[in-house]
Every structure is written in C-alpha cells, then in structure tokens.
Design a protein around this ligand. Structure first.
Ligand code: ZN
Ligand code: ZN
Length: 659
C-alpha cells in the first residue's frame, strides 16, 4: 500500500499517492502544459510533495503561452544545429507573441534558410520529442557545453547578475541549480539538449503546425556593440493553427495600417534626415489633422475648467534639480548647453514649470482646484534603436495638465479627470478601454518616495475611482513612478491592439520639493496634492495611433480634405469649382482634382486619398444645378442639391460622425 500525500489543487484539498506527478494530476487535460507549484512554474513531470499548492497552467494563459513559445525556440535551435552543426547557441527567450533564438553563424540566414528551417522544425515536432530535465553541476555543465562558448559565459554569470547581463538570459540560468533539458525521441534516444532553467511543454507534439519562423536580424551578444554580432531568428507559436492564422492576419492588417507607410502615401508627415532621428515635421495635410486635434482638445479642456498656459522649451538646470529629475533621469534628457555661466536643458517635461506658475503668488483654498493645461513640447533622449515612427520619438508635444487640489478634493478631481479623458478618447473614435493601476513595489520601498500612509491613501483613492468607472481594472504592481501611483487608460484599436493612452498620476512629491502651499480655511498653510494628467500622452503618438486605427481614412471632422471634387470631364471643372467654393464658404475643407488624368484614374486617386466625400459633377448635374456623392464604400448618391449636400457634410463634421 503506497503512502498518501495531501495537495492543494486549485483551491481544493486532494489526497493522492506519493510520487504523483503534475502530469498525472492533470491527466486528460491537453490544454494544461505546465503547473504552478508553490508559486513556481514546473514541468508536468515534476513530482509533487505533501502540502504542495498546485495550479494547472493552460496553454492559453500568459505563462502557458510563454512556455509554449519558449519550447518552440528549443525546436528552432535544434533545427539550426541539425542543418549547421557549427552554429553556436546564444539565448532563446519568449517575447510578446513569439520567441527568438540567437545564433553565432558564419552567414546571416536567408529567407530560403528560414523556410528550410521551418521544415526541419516540423519534422522534430512530429517526432513527439519529450523535454526531460536533468540537474547538472557547474563543472559538468561547463564540460558538456565546452563547444558552446556563449552558454559557458552564461554559466559564469549565473545568479542575480545574469538578469542584467543579457536580456532573457535568466531563461537559461536564472536558478541556483543548473539544468539541461534533453530532447528524447519516442525510442528514448537523445536528439538534442540545451542548457535551460525550464520549464517546457511535455512533448514537441503539442506545437502541432501552429508555429512559424518569421524573420532574422543581427543582434549583439548581450546587447553590447562591443560583442560578437549574432543572428537572431524570430518565430511565433500558438495553441492552434487557427490562432496562428488569426495572428498572421492581424500582422498583415497592421502592416497595411502602418502609420509610417500611410504617412508617406497620404503626405501627412516625414522625418527628414537633416533634422535627426525621431524628429518629425508635419506636412500641410498632417498639419490640418494636428490642428483639429489641438483645437478640439484645447476647447474641451477650457470647458472642463482648465486654464491654458504656456511655458518655454529650455530652462536652467536648477529647476530639474528641484524637481528631482536631475541627476537621476539625466540619461533620458538631451545633454545641457552652457551659456552665460549656466547650464540650460531642453525640457523633458512640463510639470516643474507649471509648479512655478502655481507658486507665482499666494494661493488660497478658494483657488483650488487649480487646473493648468498646455500643449508642451518636450524632448527626450530615446536610444536610436527604440525610435519608431510617431509612436516613439525624441521630440513630442504633450497635452499636459496639472491639477492642484486639497487632499479632500483629490478623489473627486481624479474621478472628473477619468471621466474627461474617456469622453475625449471616445470623440476620437476609441471606445474599447480597460484601466491599469500602477502601484509601488512594496519589496523595493527605497525606490519610491513618500510614506506608507501616503501610498496607501493615494492607491486606494485611485482604485476606488477606477472601480467606480465600471471598466476592467488590471493591477500593475511595481509599475508606479517613484513619486506616486497612477491609473492609465489602455485603448483597443480597430484591429484589437492595445495602446496605452491617458495617464492620471497622483503626486505627493513635487508639491513638497517646490514648497507649494495654499492657505486653508482656518488660516493654516497646507500643501496641495498635484495630479498629472496627459490625455493622449503625446500628440505625435496619438496621431500615429489614429492613422492606424482608421487605416488613414480619418472621420470627416479630422480629414485633411473633407470634400474632393472630381469633374467627369474638363468642361465641367468651372461648374464644380463654383460648387466647391460654396462648400468652402461653409467652412468645409475642399480640393479639386484639376489634373490631366482621365476620369477613371481620378476616381482611383480620389479613393486612395481616403477623403470621406468625393464630389462628382457631369452634364446632368451641371444642367440641374446638382452634384453627385461617391462614398468611401464605392456607393453613389446622384442629383443632390448643393444646399442639401453642404448641410449633409457640415452636420457630419459637427457631429464628429465616424463617416
Ligand atoms: Zn528552455
Ligand atoms: Zn506632470
């Protein structure tokens, strides 16, 4: 009779035979690919002990997907070494939506190489190789992996240091005990093995045909340009072929919507080399969209009780010592310029300058809440490798506001701000949101300023407001800035991608550093709370997000050209020009295609321009004094009176209709 042990499985107590594995516990549940045992992810082959707390980890969960993808990285590495036994292994962690593996190879991979690798991987997967964990001593591992210099280097970096040493390296050697995972074929023979901390899926078979090798790119070992250049192969893996297909369709759709591509096609903006990386110029058409965004957002802020202010682009460095940004954030700022005996910085944020406006005169509780707002252009030194179109730039314009309130006013102000930012985002066509609450990492209190009480109070205020909004709330422990917790609004776009938009940030630090005060009703001097809020984050980034969300087809109120006139033949041009003048007089942005192109070509160009209304006029229209609409969906509306047509467009603009 075998001994029994007691397990806590997904909240229930279970009595099972000693030596039971997680695989036996979750037998028959194909979706369960690893287990969380006492908080740690383990292989299903892990033998459970008395008192263990065990949770099944489904391949659709975030952890499950990571394990699935990382296991696929092993299959890729095995395939690479099968094809090219001299390839040396770097690291192979899971990443968002996929994985990569770095290889030291003599030649970069060609697209044909990658296709061939996919075939070899499919054979390995079909073999149903198991992943078997084996503990090894450092010396044995070094001997076994003598031909793998990068792995040996990781072993020497084992422990805490490896986390910093190479992004993703902890996948290999994060634990105290080194382990090698062997891939065994069904007959028990060893196909391949890799130094890895695990865990992995039980068998390669689970990868089915739901994987793909995506591309390769050069990458320096441990991210350092002084090191050897490796070839990084990116891949993706999903629980099913359908999910893989859906993902690839999403990627293709995202590529079509890429704002960098559409920005050129629609003549919206560019990044001239002469300016330097990450610095954008808006062309006339992009300028129209940007101005509409600004005008609308400025008006809404004023309606919501904000005062519009203005501050300069550069300042003496002392201001950033007062705010605490220097010296700690110096590496994200552009270097200083020196003149008249002082160092000046281009500003990376507007908050300190708003504090000076607050402090410019005595404030009473009667002045609060005091809400300052501006479009503040700030400059941040982003590494050239992370700059990406409009979504990651070096010069950006924040729609930045600061509310100065009494402690008692803070909850109402935060609720007001959240309501306000959501209504703004909805006006721009984003309607699917969830919230993230970023809080202090309680294990690293020294990285955050402020007392325990301050943090607890601010966090609970934000949490209450977030919960009251009725939106899904995702915790982000440790994600707070050092000076206070924040709520961020995450918006899903037309193809389901999530973008971080607005932030509402509670700050009890800067008011203290700047000595901000107000006179309370009882005559005492009190310190206000400061609430930072950016509605879109930056105008540039939001511009990029909107281009992608709308695939360049802006709603009529934002469209650079709201009505594009296309004469059926040259002889109708004067008539159409006269009609367009009447539209322009009603405040509608118009353009006439007066080119020599033939009518069908003009129609094709008009539809490529993504203008919401195309106005056509031919003989019948001219005779009747009417016009015809051609809509984005290709449908046509003929013989519309000019007055009706103007009313129709004007009311769509005024209603911010998503035409
Ligand atoms: Zn692994
Ligand atoms: Zn701020």
């Amino acid at each position: 009779m075998s001994a029994q042990i007691t397990l806590h499985v997904a909240g229930d107590e279970r009595s099972v035979a000693a030596q039971t594995t997680a695989a036996e516990l979750f037998e028959g549940r194909r979706e369960v690919i690893v287990a969380r045992v006492n908080g740690e992810l383990r292989d299903l082959a892990h033998v459970l002990a008395d008192g263990d707390v065990v949770e099944p980890v489904d391949m659709h969960s975030e952890d499950g997907l990571s394990v699935l993808r990382h296991s696929c990285a092993h299959v890729l590495a095995q395939a690479v070494q099968q094809v090219n036994p001299r390839a040396k292994l770097g690291i192979g962690p899971p990443i968002r939506d996929g994985f990569y593996y770095d290889f030291d190879v003599a030649e970069p991979f060609t697209p044909e190489d990658l296709k061939a690798l996919e075939k070899v991987m499919q054979r390995i997967i079909n073999e149903g190789q198991t992943f078997v964990r084996r503990e090894v001593s450092d010396e044995d591992a070094l001997a076994e992996l003598a031909a793998e210099p990068y792995k040996c280097e990781l072993i020497s970096l084992k422990g805490a240091a490896s986390e910093d040493a190479a992004e993703g390296a902890s996948v290999e050697v994060g634990g105290a005990q080194l382990t090698i995972y062997d891939n065994l074929r069904r007959d028990g023979s060893r196909a391949w093995g890799d130094l890895c901390r695990g865990p992995h899926i039980p068998t390669t078979k689970l990868l089915g045909n739901a994987f793909k090798v995506m591309r390769s790119a050069a990458a320096y070992w441990r991210g350092d340009q002084a090191n050897q250049q490796l070839q990084r192969v990116y891949g993706t893996a999903w629980p099913s072929k359908d999910e893989l297909t859906a993902y690839l369709n999403r990627l293709a759709e995202a590529e079509k919507r890429d704002h960098r591509k559409l920005g050129v096609e629609l003549d919206l903006f560019s990044f001239p080399d002469e300016l330097g990386s990450g610095l954008v110029v808006f062309h006339p058409k992009g300028g129209v969209v940007k101005r509409e965004m600004e005008d609308y957002v400025r008006r809404r802020h004023i309606e919501e009780g904000f005062d519009y202010v203005g501050t300069p682009h550069i300042t003496k460095e002392g201001l950033y010592h007062t705010s605490g940004h220097l010296p700690y954030f110096a590496d994200t700022m552009f270097p200083p310029m020196e003149f008249e005996g002082s160092n000046y910085y281009v500003k990376p944020m507007n908050c300190p300058m708003h504090n000076l406006i607050y402090r410019s005169r005595g404030r009473s509780y009667r002045d609060l809440p005091m809400r300052l707002f501006e479009f503040g252009s700030v400059y941040r030194y982003e590494k050239s490798g992370v700059i990406h179109g409009l979504t990651r730039v070096r010069g950006l314009t924040q729609d930045d506001s600061h509310s100065y309130v009494t402690k008692e006013q803070a909850p109402a102000e935060i609720a007001h701000l959240l309501h306000f930012v959501l209504s703004l985002l909805r006006d721009f066509g984003l309607t699917d949101f969830y919230l993230e609450l970023s809080t202090r990492d309680d294990k690293k209190k020294d990285k955050f300023v402020g007392s325990d009480e301050d943090w607890a109070e601010a966090t609970s205020i934000l949490q209450e407001v977030a919960l009251a909004s009725g939106l899904e709330l995702v915790p982000d422990p440790g994600g707070a800035a050092y000076y206070g917790p924040k709520i961020s609004v995450q918006a899903r776009d037309a193809i389901g991608r999530t973008w971080q938009m607005s932030t509402i940030q509670y700050d009890f630090n800067q008011p203290a550093r700047f000595g901000l005060e107000y006179q309370a009703a009882d005559g005492s001097r009190q310190q206000p709370v400061m609430i930072h809020s950016a509605k879109f984050g930056s105008l540039e980034r939001f511009f990029g997000v909107l281009v992608e969300h709308y695939a360049g087809a802006f709603p009529v109120w934002l469209s650079p050209v709201q009505v594009l006139g296309v004469p059926v033949a040259e002889e109708f041009e004067p008539y159409l020009r006269g009609v367009l003048d009447q539209f322009a007089a009603a405040g509608i942005r118009v353009e006439l295609d007066g080119s020599d192109d033939r009518f069908p070509k003009k129609i094709r160009n008009a539809s490529k321009s993504k203008s919401p209304y195309i106005l056509i006029a031919g003989g019948e229209d001219q005779a009747a004094g009417t016009i015809s609409f051609r809509h984005r969906d290709g449908s046509q509306e003929n013989g519309v009176s000019i007055e009706d047509a103007i009313t129709k467009v004007r009311s769509a603009i005024d209603a911010k209709a998503q035409v």
